[in-house]
Write a protein that binds this ligand. Sequence first.
Ligand SMILES: Cc1cc2nc3c(=O)[nH]c(=O)nc-3n(C[C@H](O)[C@H](O)[C@H](O)COP(=O)(O)OP(=O)(O)OC[C@H]3O[C@@H](n4cnc5c(N)ncnc54)[C@H](O)[C@@H]3O)c2cc1C
Length: 413
Amino acid sequence: MLVASRVQAKRWRAETVTAELTPRHQVFREEVRAMLAAELTDEIKQATAQNTTVFADREVALAWQKILHQRGWAGVAWPVEFGGTGWDITQRHIFAQECTRAGAPDLIPLGLRMLAPVLFRYGTKHQQDYYLPKILTGEHYWCQGYSEPGSGSDLASLQMRAVRDGDDYILDGTKIWTTHAHFADHIFCLVRTDPTARKQAGISFILVEMDRPGVSVKPIITLAGDHEVNQVFFDAVRVPITHRVGEENDGWSVAKYLLEFERGGGTASTGLWSGLLETEALLDELAKDLTANEMAELRGRAATLQMAITALQQMEDTVLAKLARGQNPGPNSSLLKLLSSNLGQSLAALKMSTLAYYAVPDNNQLMRLGEPGIGTQAAWTATGTYLNNRASTIFGGSNEVQKNIIAKTVLGL
Ligand SMILES: Cc1cc2nc3c(=O)[nH]c(=O)nc-3n(C[C@H](O)[C@H](O)[C@H](O)COP(=O)(O)OP(=O)(O)OC[C@H]3O[C@@H](n4cnc5c(N)ncnc54)[C@H](O)[C@@H]3O)c2cc1C
């Protein structure tokens, strides 16, 4: 029965993708496929297949962004007036599906999908004109300076100070867990501009160049052995007040708006579908090594995941439709974040269980040394992805924090 439902599900997925498409969207799909066939290089595909961290490798993502930008396709969810595609929700889905299927990397979201929506809404004309084109081309590479030691879930307790000095702020303090700060040339920061106000009321949102005197970056090596996150120190860093986005002391509104886009508005289900199909294919391949009981257990887990990914996809559609109407994701983004990070972890665990002893931990070290892994290529990334994924229910707001938000804003508890 499970096998039958799996076959049905695959057929269903294939049919929903094509049956509902209008001729205009079918033409668009062909256009995307043709672009991918012509432009997506084997080097980019190979590097994407071997990536085990949250974001694609900087050089790989930027190479792909450059290719997309030449077609005007880098700002997938951007309004046309800022250089975006202006695509409707179906086009965005088609694009995400086709890119995943072809093995293209995700573009780094920090500028394109996190800071940009903030600038669309809160940026001055000058900030929009200066920063947005450089985000689109990849000339500016951003990182996010929200968390501090002791201020993660309770973000509003943050201590980093910004003191006015004429037309400048002087910044002192530190940010931690800053993803890709060692690659970034810019950071958007939450800073305390009024230490006497209620904690949410004394915060401002400020843009800082990483090469300003007084900024330094120290690496933090993760459980998986990757250098992805850092601690960033600010020692009397001078920044013009024109670098502030939004009103002074109103940075909390800006910060929350950005978090809605960080947590929602993506198409995580597309990657999960492809991960599930890949794992199901592995199950078929390794069937001879498994007992009937083991196979039933693994197929059962795959079927449960399949239902949950379908639910996630429907929620994403709702949010994408809101975005297409010019609205922001709202508290739905917490539902999406919670569900997609749990599903990502379950999927990574299922792949490890399926591969069993082929998912050797040493593969992660071999990959980092640029050596081929042990076993088939599917096994090379399993451990690294599994270990890296453990952080997904913490970063961007932990599961417990998302549940608190859902309880308050969605369930009204
Ligand atoms: C890989 C990775 C990348 C990251 N990248 C960035 C980045 O680029 N920029 C950035 O600013 N930050 C980043 N972060 C930081 C991330 O946002 C924080 O780690 C997260 O918000 C949790 O904060 P914390 O680490 O201080 O843990 P804490 O807030 O101390 O939480 C510890 C535990 O207590 C639980 N908890 C806390 N408060 C409550 C509550 N009220 N109710 C119930 N349970 C609670 C939490 O769920 C968690 O399990 C990253 C983190 C990781 C792991």
